[in-house]
Design a protein around this ligand. Structure first.
Ligand SMILES: [Zn+2]
Length: 364
C-alpha cells in the first residue's frame, strides 16, 4: 500500500454559489462576474515542484522538505541574481506580554528604504554586521546599538564583557565577531534554528482582520519559538503579498464581489504573489542561521529563502496548521478565512489538507 495514493485533492471549488435558504434570491444576481474570474489564466504561475506531493502531516511535527535538483533550482525565476546587502543598525531586548524575551533587530539594506526586522528568540543569536567593530566607537556606543553580550544594567560600561555572566566576546583583526560556542549560537554547530519568514500584514496583525490567518500564524510562531528558547521571525515589510496596503484594500473589495485572493491581485495587474524573500536569506546569514527549520506551508517559500546557491538550508519544514482545524473552539472563524485558506491550498499549492467534514451526522 502506498501512503501517497490517497492524496488526491477533495476540493469544493464552487463555494461562491452558496445562498442562504431562508433569503429570497434576487432576480438580478448580485455577483454576475463570478464565473468569469474562475477561468482567468494566472499570469505569474507558481513554481511548485509537482502535483503529486508527499502526504501532508497535520500533527505539527516536522518533516524533511521536498528534494529539488540543483539544475532545477538554478532555473527558478524566483531568485534574485545576488543577495541584497543588509546591515543591522540596532538591537534591543523586548520583554513580551507572553513571557519570553525577544531581541528585536532592525535592518537597512541596499534595495529598498524599508525597515525590515528580525525578531530573535535567544540572547546568543548575534548579527555579524551589528557586532562588527566600527572605527572610533566607544563601548557605550556599542551598548547603545545593542552590540553587547549578556544583559544591560545601570552602571555597566563594557559591551564586550559581561562581568555578571562572565562572558566575553572576541574579535578578529578586522573587528568581526568570532563565533565562539559559549557566547554565540550557530545553527551549523547546534540545532537548526526554528525560523519563520513573515510578511507584514497590517489588517491581520493590527486591525483584527479575519480575512487571513497572518495574525494567528505570527502568534503561533512566537509561541513555538518562545517555548523552544531559540528562533527567528524575519519580518519583511511587504504588505499584501507585496502590493501595499492601498491595493490590498481594493483587492478585498474585489473579493467581496466574488473574486478569490489570486484573482483579485491579477485583476489589479499585480502578480498573485509579489513578495521577495532574498532579504530574508541575507538577514538569516547575517545572524549566523544557515541551517533552519522553516515554519511554513508554502513550498515556494522554502525554495525562495534557500536562495539560488542554497546559502541557507531548510533542514526541516514545520507545518503551520490553522488553530481552528486542530481544536474546534480555537482560531479564526469567518467565511472569508475559509475561502482564503482554500485559495492557498488550491491555487497557490500550499501543503495543507482541508479537514474532512462529516456533514450527515444527526445529533440527538
Ligand atoms: Zn494577512
Amino acid at each position: 500500500m502506498s501512503p501517497n495514493d490517497n492524496n488526491t485533492k477533495t476540493n469544493t471549488n464552487n463555494n461562491n454559489s452558496q445562498s442562504s435558504p431562508s433569503m429570497p434570491v434576487p432576480v438580478s444576481p448580485a455577483r454576475p462576474n463570478v464565473s468569469s474570474f474562475e477561468n482567468m489564466p494566472l499570469i505569474s504561475p507558481m513554481i511548485s515542484y509537482s502535483s503529486s506531493r508527499a502526504q501532508t502531516p497535520i500533527d505539527g511535527a516536522g518533516e524533511a522538505p521536498p528534494v529539488i535538483s540543483d539544475a532545477m533550482r538554478q532555473n527558478l525565476p524566483i531568485h534574485d541574481e545576488n543577495l541584497p546587502i543588509v546591515k543591522c543598525i540596532a538591537r534591543a531586548r523586548i520583554p513580551t506580554t507572553h513571557g519570553p524575551e525577544i531581541f528585536l533587530h532592525l535592518y537597512e539594506n541596499n534595495i529598498d528604504q524599508k525597515e525590515h526586522l528580525a525578531i530573535v528568540f535567544g540572547e546568543d543569536i548575534r548579527s555579524k554586521t551589528l557586532f562588527a567593530k566600527r572605527s572610533g566607537e566607544s563601548q557605550q556606543d556599542r551598548m547603545t546599538r545593542g552590540a553587547y553580550v549578556g544583559k544591560l544594567y545601570p552602571g555597566r560600561h563594557d559591551a564586550d564583557v559581561d562581568p555578571k555572566s562572565e562572558k566575553q566576546l572576541h574579535f578578529n583583526e578586522i573587528g568581526d565577531l568570532i563565533r565562539e560556542s559559549d557566547t554565540t549560537y550557530s545553527s551549523k554547530h547546534k540545532e537548526a534554528c526554528l525560523t519563520r519568514i513573515h510578511s507584514e500584514c497590517y489588517t491581520g496583525e493590527t486591525a483584527w482582520s479575519a480575512r487571513c490567518d497572518c495574525g494567528e500564524q505570527f502568534d503561533e510562531a512566537g509561541r513555538i519559538m518562545g517555548s523552544n528558547g531559540h528562533g527567528c521571525i524575519v519580518y519583511l515589510r511587504q504588505e499584501g503579498r507585496g502590493i501595499g496596503l492601498g491595493e490590498k484594500l481594493k483587492a478585498y473589495n474585489l473579493q467581496d464581489l466574488g473574486a478569490d485572493t489570486v484573482q483579485a491581485n491579477l485583476i489589479l495587474r499585480h502578480p498573485a504573489d509579489g513578495r521577495s524573500f532574498s532579504l530574508a536569506t541575507a538577514i538569516l546569514l547575517d545572524l549566523g542561521l544557515s541551517d533552519i527549520k522553516l515554519l511554513t506551508n508554502n513550498p515556494d517559500k522554502i525554495l525562495a529563502v534557500e536562495g539560488k546557491n542554497r546559502e541557507v538550508k531548510v533542514i526541516e519544514r514545520v507545518p503551520m496548521i490553522p488553530l481552528s482545524w486542530r481544536n474546534k473552539g480555537d482560531g479564526i472563524k469567518s467565511t472569508e478565512i475559509e475561502g482564503y485558506l482554500s485559495t492557498k491550498i488550491e491555487r497557490m499549492g500550499h501543503l495543507l489538507e482541508k479537514p474532512i467534514k462529516f456533514t450527515n451526522k444527526v445529533e440527538n
